[in-house]
Design a protein around this ligand. Structure first.
Ligand SMILES: [Zn+2]
Length: 56
């Protein structure tokens, strides 16, 4: 299981699966969405994502 949160800790999540692959994308959409030169993406099955604090 993995735990993560946003920077302020208001939203906290758990991921109940192994992360198999991590991708790096540098398309214009990802650059604009993240305000960065690239983004790291780890696809998961949504049924394994639990938001246990806050809302998204
Ligand atoms: Zn992209």
């Amino acid at each position: 299981m993995y735990k993560a949160s946003c920077l302020c800790g208001g939203v906290q999540i758990r991921i109940k699966q192994e992360i198999q692959n991590i991708y790096v994308c540098y398309c214009k959409q990802c650059q604009k969405a993240q305000g960065s030169a690239f983004v790291a993406i780890a696809p998961i099955d949504l049924k394994n994502l639990q938001i246990y604090e806050g809302q998204m």
